[in-house]
Design a protein around this ligand. Structure first.
Ligand code: BGC
Length: 757
């Protein structure tokens, strides 16, 4: 096998940027072949003619699976793995080494134009689903490219903006999905994002690309730039950006050579990056080419299954769905005939075929369905189209209205400015409902839309963007051929003004401040007690599930095993997504009321009970402690909630967990509260405090309150109203300054010494 040592400096530098838009450079002399790395993520976009990263030019036909917005809603890493395997097979047939995906950026604002390519507003969920997908792809010898690392949560100014994020949200929210996938699935490559993270371009960020990604998380693959993300190539090599894509026409290769020759770049860093490219090339050489050509039908069937699993039934008053047999159906809305099934930009692929709801309905119920487009995609109201649709609704038993966002409304490259549906569609809906209250709305949208009709239309189906089989999958759900089981992986708010990043999105003057901190998505709405249209985790089925009392046990690894009996008490077989949220009311840090820590999508036959056991990793209970720059599990009681959504908690149990020793050394700056909480300094401080407050039992005070922290400890040590206040007040005094208040210097020195041992 060729190693970096076998190559000249020029050859090594040549490996560090693309040969063209989609391939790496070959070095024939040394037997190094070129490899191909096209998009991704929900289908293969292999271009054989003109290349681009905006979805402009054609690519060869490939199966268009549901984009992440859909697949994420299935809440099922196993399903994601099945799709990943299919993506791997299609890529392997086409000699693709790495498929560019999945994307695990957090949906920080519903306005982000690329939310359809991301799984969730929750990092645990995104990390779990993406882990399944990466494992699936890589099991077929095709590498994944986990993207876009990091804090790429908007499209506005995406190639320059600085995402200004505090350490806790960065670690607890924006890094966590990446960390999970890196640790659990070892993606072959990670793609750095375009933007800056706290002022430094991701593509030249040593802390991000080396300290965190490799040294902390153990990533041993290759870091590739997003297409055109390189700002300063030499800085990038030093930071840990191995491969620049696409080609720089040799310009940056020459810069690397010149920097080495000029003494500005250590050649060992070039070797390091070149070796990683060689390792990737070697790894991809083991890929087995599948026999025969693509089984279009089998993959279309999987796309249909995945799409049906992605649909979220938001509302179903009076069990309007599934549609009873023998009804005459008015099918309304251009989306039923011209489906929107994927988003715009680099992920836009050429499908092998496309199912429309109109055709699929006709196949399912024959001439019981009649169609009227109702509106056009240009948003211009059409009186004649509207009148025709309303009349159709009136003259049929039920109206099924397809509404949504047209292509022009959302895409990679720009953000939306509103979460409203086009006004002409809402007007049409109002008239349809008046003509026929038995109305079902089916939505086609990549980003969340507000639903002013959430309380008036009896049935609402969130159909997201579902891939090429979305049309048939939706009809499967509407007719009951498939059962809905998808859940919201993002909150549907009432108003844009309620959303966490409102006022801090998309930033200004080159900076976007993540001012909502850790309270992203449902964390925010729960923290503020805000009403939402539909909460995170919500989704109805055609049956009902009862939950038993949950139990929780600390397992051998210090995590939690949570078990609950779930019974299908309804008339049909179905699938329930059991969710575990963990919260902690008393904490040293500001926490959201609940955070998703485990979930499982389980099939349960009507009348059957299943015991569902979910595991919460100990590391997922930790918060990022900025004092010691690492994750710390706090000692104490945690609330474990088991439910069918973040706002449909069916059972609650508490558990006591041993904490990590944060190993904080006390200094003169430490507050008296921190000193009191310290295992060694605390008892001595309490004793002194009790004496200071005139407690005759000062001798015992040291032992009495050992397990308590901070101000509370001070308060307990000194019973009596006035004294308690003094204890509370003093908790925030820096211990070094207590000398001014009569504490002998030796006592202070002793406390600090104890606090450092
Ligand atoms: C996108 C990436 C994509 C790349 C190649 C970029 O514009 O941000 O997600 O993989 O183009 O098409």
């Amino acid at each position: 096998m060729t190693t970096a040592r076998d190559l000249t400096l020029e050859e090594k530098a040549s490996l560090l940027s693309g040969k063209d838009f989609w391939t790496t450079k070959n070095i024939d002399r040394a037997g190094v072949p070129s490899i191909m790395m096209p998009d991704g993520p929900h289908g293969l976009r292999k271009q054989t003619g003109s290349s681009d990263n905006l979805g402009i030019n054609d690519s060869i036909p490939a199966t268009c699976f549901p984009p992440a917005v859909g697949l994420g809603s299935a809440f099922d890493p196993e399903l994601a793995a099945k799709v990943g395997i299919a993506l791997g097979v299609e890529s392997a047939i086409e000699d693709v080494a790495v498929l560019l995906g999945p994307g695990v950026n957090i949906k920080r604002s519903p306005l982000c134009g690329r939310n359809f390519e991301y799984f969730s507003e929750d990092p645990h969920h995104a990390g779990e689903v993406a882990t399944g997908m990466v494992r699936g792809m890589q099991s077929r010898g095709v590498g994944a490219s986990l993207k876009h690392f990091a804090a790429n949560n908007q499209e506005t100014d995406r190639m320059r903006v600085s995402a200004d994020v505090d350490p806790r949200p960065l670690r607890e929210i924006y890094f966590r999905a990446f960390e999970r996938v890196v640790k659990n699935a070892q993606p072959w490559t990670v793609m750095c994002s375009y933007n800056k993270v706290n002022g430094t371009y991701a593509s030249e960020h040593p802390w991000l690309l080396t300290d965190v990604l490799r040294d902390e998380w153990g990533f041993d693959g290759l870091v590739v730039s997003d297409w055109g993300a390189v700002n300063d190539r030499v800085k990038g090599v030093a930071a840990g950006l191995d491969l620049e894509m696409p080609s720089s026409d040799g310009v940056t290769d020459a810069q690397i050579v010149a920097a080495v020759r000029g003494g500005d770049l250590d050649e060992a860093l070039v070797d390091r990056a070149a070796q990683r490219v060689l390792d990737l090339v070697e790894k991809s050489g083991h890929r087995e080419k599948p026999d025969g050509s693509l089984n279009v039908d089998a993959h279309h069937a999987l796309a249909r299954e995945a799409a049906a699993r992605s649909v979220v039934l938001l509302r179903n008053e009076g069990s309007l769905l599934p549609l009873a047999e023998g009804q005459d159906i008015a099918l309304i809305g251009e989306f039923a005939r011209t489906p929107r099934y994927q988003g715009g930009g680099s992920s836009h692929i050429t499908p092998t075929r496309v199912d429309t709801a109109l055709d699929s309905f006709t196949q399912a119920v024959g001439d019981r369905v009649s169609f009227a487009p109702g509106f056009t995609f240009d948003g211009e109201p059409s009186a004649s189209l509207r009148a025709e649709a309303v009349e159709l609704a009136r003259s049929n038993d039920v109206a099924v209205v397809f509404l949504g966002l047209p292509d022009a409304a959302e895409s990679e490259g720009f953000d939306r400015t509103t979460i409203d549906l086009p006004a002409d569609q809402i007007e049409l809906l109002d008239e349809v409902v008046e003509a026929n209250p038995r109305t079902v709305v089916v939505l086609s949208n990549g980003g969340v839309v507000s639903l002013p009709f959430a309380d008036t239309v009896p049935a609402i189906v969130e159909g997201w963007l579902l891939g090429q089989a979305g049309g048939s999958a939706i009809v499967d759900i509407l007719t009951g051929a498939s059962d809905p089981s998808g859940r919201l992986s993002e909150t549907i708010p009432h108003r844009l003004e309620d959303t966490p990043s409102y006022g801090n999105f998309p930033g200004e003057l080159g900076h976007v401040r993540y001012g909502e901190g850790v309270h992203v998505g449902y964390r925010w709405y729960d923290k503020r007690g805000l009403e939402v249209a539909f909460p995170f985790g919500h989704g109805l089925t055609y049956t009902d599930f009862d939950y038993g009392e949950p139990t929780v046990q600390v397992n051998a690894r210090g995590g939690l095993d949570v078990s609950v009996d779930v019974t299908n008490v309804g008339p049909r077989d179905g699938r329930e997504v059991v969710q575990v949220y963990v919260g902690r009311d008393e904490s040293a840090v500001d926490r959201s009321p609940r955070e998703l820590k485990a979930f499982s999508s389980v099939e349960i036959a009507s009348g059957q009970t299943r015991r569902v056991t979910l595991t919460v990793d100990r590391s997922d209970l930790a918060y990022w402690d900025i004092r010691v720059d690492r994750f710390v599990v706090e000692e104490g009681t945690y609330r474990v909630e088991v439910g069918a959504s973040s706002r449909d908690i069916r059972g609650e149990v508490s558990v006591s967990i041993d904490g990590d020793d944060p190993d904080i050394e006390l200094t003169r700056e430490a507050s008296l509260g921190e000193v009191l909480a310290h295992p060694k300094a605390g008892p001595v401080a309490r004793q002194w405090l009790a004496g200071f407050m005139g407690d005759p039992d000062a001798e015992d005070a040291g032992q009495k309150t050992e397990s308590q922290t901070g101000a509370a400890a001070g308060a307990e040590a000194s019973p009596g109203g006035e004294q308690t206040d003094i204890g509370m007040m003093m908790a925030s005094f820096p211990v070094g300054r207590l000398v001014s208040f009569g504490v002998p210097q030796e006592k202070v020195d002793e406390l600090i010494r104890l606090g450092q041992s």
